[in-house]
Design a protein around this ligand. Structure first.
Ligand code: PLP
Length: 495
């Protein structure tokens, strides 16, 4: 039997035989992508997947290759038009950033270099350390803090809790795990804490039942007195409270907990304070809005995303730790094949591998480094302020119109509202169904991407603006579209 290698006439690589051809294709891709980005406003924000696409993307395993040009044509036909749409100027669903053309180029360079960001003696490590130092400064954390870039907020938050668990367990949790007989360790956060916390508790072996979800006030902020009561009751029951999660911008309504009060509770009770600032922490960049998140700089760990309110392409998040030793002792894992040295490529050790879960990591820092240097923090601050001003505008349209109702206080870039005509005033079921249908129709129209949530049993249309492409007129159009759809559906008796 001949080996597959023998079917090739010479030794070969995955580099092109003809660099000129690939270069031409690459230039075409770049031109197409710029053209695509330049004309986003004229394209649908989103469209449902047609059958042609679901079947085209359900092929059998390719045994033999085909021309890259052909595969690229398939990308143009079957992938590019059918994405999650968050790059569109009128996309405000969930919390999703747009991405930027410059950061796209940086991602290409990073992928081209293909540096291994486990650590070692190389400039890309310095670039990641540089952006971590910048974010530490921007967040007001001490310069001695440590941190690591992650693929997103969930990973950043998970790493934060993992370090908290290690620091506060009172025994060597890395060695023993949670299978011995120890008091039950508990972590606290409000009912509005994002679901990453439940996932993380499960993943850390602590179990969901060890996440105490504390009631919120009518601004959707944790009730600190309830937290204190719960900690006391849990201690009395022989449990071991270890950490509190503070929300700097909840996903539902953008609520910001009283972080300074939580800092005080944690210091007094000897608990770890972890801040989930997935998007809200970025308010720190704006001198105007930084006071809203006062206290996050005192966190033991602070997690946030750059792929939301810094508009970078997915996936890039960050977690910072006040105590760098606590950070590294939670993860550092020596291995013979990674022995650090005074000289050579591994001089300085596998710094990043010792600060998180992953060993091989991509050069994600480059897009942040290039973007921050090119735009400057001022540009981000101005964009964050622009996003809030736009939502303030939408909020006032909602407040002005008798048939629109605000569903939660709006302080920053998140607004929950609904279409609620007088005729349906007391019919929650009807209002829920009507507003759910409005959200579906808006998405399917390709005109707007908004999402929904449920607040106290009532369905709300939810707008979260982390969009650097939106203009204030877009929000006038959104309000008008909600009203038009609402009226149409109400007349048609949509159920
Ligand atoms: C988005 C979000 C997360 C999760 O971050 P990912 O980057 O999506 O993993 C956590 N907390 C809040 C408040 C968020 O908005």
């Amino acid at each position: 039997m001949t080996t597959l290698m023998e079917t090739r006439t010479e030794q070969f690589t995955l580099d092109p035989d003809n660099w000129e051809e690939l270069r031409a294709l690459g230039h075409r891709m770049l031109d197409d992508m710029f053209q695509h980005m330049e004309t986003l406003r004229e394209q649908p924000a989103w469209q449902p997947l047609p059958l042609s696409v679901t079947s085209a993307l359900n092929e059998s395993l390719p045994i033999q290759g085909q021309a890259a040009e052909e595969v690229y044509e398939e990308f143009l036909t079957n992938v590019l038009p059918y994405t999650s749409g968050n790059r569109h100027p009128r996309a405000w669903g969930w919390v999703r950033g747009n991405g930027t053309p410059l950061a796209m180029l940086a991602d290409m360079l990073a992928s081209g270099i293909n540096a291994h960001l486990g650590g070692g003696q190389q400039a890309p490590v310095l670039v990641e350390q540089q952006v971590l130092a910048w974010m530490t400064e921007a967040m007001g954390m001490p310069a001695s803090s440590s941190g690591i870039l992650t693929s997103g907020g969930t990973m950043a938050n998970l790493i934060g809790l993992a370090v908290a668990r290690h620091a506060k367990a009172g025994f060597d949790v890395r060695k023993e795990g949670l299978q011995g007989s120890h008091p039950q360790m508990l972590i606290y956060g409000s009912l509005e804490t994002h679901m990453w916390a439940r996932k993380s508790m499960e993943f850390l072996g602590m179990g969901r039942r060890s996440l105490r979800q504390i009631p919120v006030d009518n601004e959707h902020r944790i009730v600190v007195a309830e937290l204190e009561k719960q900690i006391e009751a849990d201690r009395a029951a022989g449990h071991q409270p270890i950490a509190v999660i503070a929300n700097a911008g909840t996903v539902n309504t953008g609520a910001i907990d009283d972080i300074e009060a939580l800092v005080a509770v944690c210091r007094r009770e000897n608990l770890w304070l972890h801040v989930d600032g997935a998007f809200g922490a970025l308010l720190k960049l704006s001198p105007l809005y930084a006071p809203l998140v006062r206290g996050i700089e005192q966190a033991d760990s602070l997690a946030f995303d750059m792929h939301k309110w810094m508009y970078l392409p997915f996936g890039i998040g960050c977690v910072l730790f006040r105590d760098s030793a606590e950070h590294s002792t939670a993860f550092a894992t020596p291995a013979n094949y990674l022995e650090s040295a005074q000289r050579g490529l591994l001089a300085g050790g596998m710094g990043f591998s010792d600060l998180g879960i992953e060993l091989t990591r991509s050069f994600n820092a480059l897009k942040l480094w290039m973007s921050l240097k090119t735009h400057g923090v001022e540009t981000y601050a101005a964009l964050i302020e622009q996003n809030i001003a736009q939502v303030n505008h939408l909020s006032s349209l909602v407040d002005e119109h008798a048939d629109l109702e605000r569903m939660a206080p709006q302080r920053i870039n998140v607004l929950c509202f609904r279409y609620a005509p007088q005729a349906f005033a007391n019919d929650q079921k009807k209002l829920n169904a009507l507003n759910r249908e409005i959200v579906m129709r808006m998405q399917e129209s390709g005109q707007f991407i908004v999402s929904g949530t449920v607040l106290n049993g009532e369905y709300a249309i939810r707008v979260a603006n982390t969009n650097h492409r939106s203009r204030i007129e877009d929000f006038d159009d959104l309000a008008a579209a909600v009203l038009a759809l609402g009226e149409e559906l109400a007349l048609g008796g949509e159920e």
